[in-house]
Design a binder for this molecule. Structure first.
Ligand SMILES: NC(=O)c1ccc[n+]([C@@H]2O[C@H](COP(=O)([O-])OP(=O)(O)OC[C@H]3O[C@@H](n4cnc5c(N)ncnc54)[C@H](OP(=O)(O)O)[C@@H]3O)[C@@H](O)[C@H]2O)c1
Length: 253
């Protein structure tokens, strides 16, 4: 990870769960992390927590209040990164939501819209803006990481989460599609999909879901996923970890 020290990472959805752990890990590896989310106070608390921690190379965390579903805000945020740091070297597309809704009972479009806008469209926009900035600023060894899900590779046994699964299947296609485009362009920018099984975060609470999957199922901690991101980033620049699937021991999916 030494070569990333002092370089710039954008992490979306860094105010909670997996994104907060990834942001923290990258700071501990010396990166300058631009942490994006809507809950600015949470981002500020994370920045404060990381100030003055002991040991090893230390980076920094810069909170940026961004609703990734608001195209103008996202464009402004990436422009701010360019104006402030000159470049982005790593993008972690982590922000994501789920909703518990049965396909057979979907009578309004707002749920599906929110899922697609957050998990697919915003991820695609952030990717496009980051790759363009990498190219314009001559970053040849940039890295785009998509936080995908086991739901992006199989059909989950839980009804109510197939709408979410459809967006994560899209992320699987967007990962390989981006890799192919970069390959055709002879770019050295790498792309990785990290696909966790169940992780203990606020995602179901944020979905307003009453179900408690953590009660009866084994789960990962956000740090386990952050470790996978560090693993993929830490590989030599000619090695592309295409897909990391990580499950808690005993997961039945
Ligand atoms: N937890 C799991 O079991 C699990 C398993 C596999 C994959 N994943 C994936 O992991 C990623 C992170 O999820 P998590 O479990 O850590 O969920 P979480 O604890 O609910 O955190 C979600 C993060 O996304 C941000 N976010 C959501 N909508 C946003 C928006 N419109 N604009 C900006 N930020 C937004 C939230 O920030 P604000 O609310 O402050 O904006 C929050 O920081 C997601 O892509 C999810 O699909 C999770």
């Amino acid at each position: 990870m030494e070569r990333w020290c002092g370089r710039v990472a954008v992490v979306t959805g860094a105010s909670a769960g997996i994104g907060a752990s990834i942001a923290e890990s990258l700071v501990r590896h010396g990166m300058v992390v631009v942490a994006m989310a809507r809950r600015e106070q949470r981002l500020k608390e994370l920045a404060e927590k990381l100030q003055g921690g002991g040991g090893g190379p230390k980076g920094s965390l810069h909170p940026l209040k961004v609703d990734i579903c608001n195209e103008a805000e996202v464009r402004d945020a990436f422009q701010w990164v360019k104006d402030t740091y000159g470049a982005v070297h790593v993008l972690v597309n982590n922000a994501g939501i789920t909703r518990n809704v049965k396909l057979s009972e979907m009578e309004r479009t707002d749920v599906m819209r929110a899922l697609v806008e957050t998990n697919v469209i915003a991820l695609s926009l952030c990717t496009g803006l980051a790759v363009r900035m990498m190219r314009e600023s001559g970053v040849e060894d940039g890295h785009i990481i998509h936080i995908n899900s086991v739901a992006g590779h199989s059909i989950l046994p839980f009804t109510g989460h197939h709408s979410y699964g459809s967006t994560k299947h899209a992320v699987t296609v967007l990962t390989e599609g981006l890799r192919k485009e970069l390959m055709e362009a002879k770019s050295k920018i790498r792309v990785t999909s990290v696909s966790p099984g169940l992780v203990k975060t606020e995602i179901f609470e944020a979905a307003g879901s009453q179900e408690d999957l953590y009660k009866e199922n084994p789960y990962l901690n956000p740090q386990d996923v952050a470790d996978c991101v560090v693993f993929a980033l830490g590989m030599p620049s000619h090695v592309q970890i295409h897909e990391v699937t990580v499950k808690p021991v005993g997961e039945f999916i």
